[in-house]
Ligand binder design. Structure first.
Ligand code: MBD
Ligand code: FE
Length: 279
């Protein structure tokens, strides 16, 4: 299948919006004083930009129609996770000592199939891509192994598409919930993902082309790592030599998150350990 034709921004946006409204409803009980302060400051920075740059009515109307399009295309999750979430993550992680994390992005799905510590992610019979063995250990900040730590992993395929967000891919393809062994160790067999291009045919793509930016994220694995009595981390891991490691549209790469895989018979192998802070 040529998914470059069938994977539209509006379809993956609708799926991401549906996912978000299902999983993340509720949220903070933010007191009115704080809502007022935050809303005032955001609006004041918009007002300042308009004054500083003598923004015209034509430009104001272009903004208005673009914002309407973001909603119509279901691209609020994409827009916010690409251009805003990295700062929220930076602030949230300030007091953590363990492994670095980074943004979740719009394509996490809870309750992926449960796999043991020797795991093979669900793939199609003819799944493209270099086989990858991703292994390691989950420990606490004091070095103690964390038995039965749970690693949720999800990533794009070798064409850069995510199951449940692009059409024609089996539901749980390249998604799994892996339980580590009694020493916190895990071995996950998968394939290397491709670099990811955020949809170019929707509102986010329109902003990117109007601004002369690029739509690329470097190839990455997404993970959530949890263990009893410890803070869960959400992270992503990247591959060396990817030209977008220094130039990620979503600003989510950190040097500590770049893997060092080695070539082995039939593919690549990499060891990466996770360190979790106590609760
Ligand atoms: C992705 O795959 C992603 O990880 C982020 C952060 C934004 C858009 C697509
Ligand atoms: Fe991603």
């Amino acid at each position: 299948v040529d998914q470059t034709i069938t994977a539209t921004a509006a379809a993956s946006g609708a799926n991401a919006t549906q996912r978000f409204t299902t999983d993340k409803i509720g949220g903070a009980q933010t007191p009115p004083e704080r809502v007022s302060e935050l809303a005032r400051e955001v609006l004041a920075s918009v007002h300042k930009t308009i004054r500083d740059h003598n923004v015209t009515y034509d430009e104001y109307n272009a903004l208005k129609s673009w914002l309407i399009m973001v909603g119509q295309d279901g691209e609020w999750p994409l827009f916010l996770d690409v251009w805003v979430e990295h700062v929220v993550e930076e602030v949230a992680a300030q007091s953590r000592e363990g492994s670095k994390g980074t943004i979740e992005g719009p394509y996490y799905v809870p309750d992926a199939p449960e796999l043991g510590f020797e795991a093979t992610l669900p793939t199609r019979d003819d799944e493209a891509g270099t086989p990858l063995l991703f292994q390691g250990q989950v420990r606490g900040v004091d070095g103690t192994p964390l038995p039965e730590a749970v690693l949720e992993i999800w990533h794009a395929d070798a064409d850069g598409f995510y199951s449940q967000f692009a059409p024609g891919i089996p539901e749980w393809n390249l998604r799994g919930t892996v339980t580590a062994d009694t020493e916190g160790r895990f071995h996950i067999h998968t394939v290397k993902p491709a670099p990811y291009q955020i949809p170019t045919d929707g509102a986010c793509g329109k902003l990117i082309s109007a601004a002369g930016w690029h739509p690329w994220r470097p190839a990455h694995l997404h993970l959530k790592v949890a263990a009893a009595g410890h803070q869960q981390i959400t992270t992503q891991l990247y591959f060396p030599g990817d030209s977008h490691n220094d130039d990620d549209v979503a600003n989510a790469v950190k040097p500590e998150l770049i893997l060092a895989p080695t070539e082995v018979d039939g593919g690549q192998q990499v060891t990466y350990d996770f360190v979790l802070d106590p609760e």
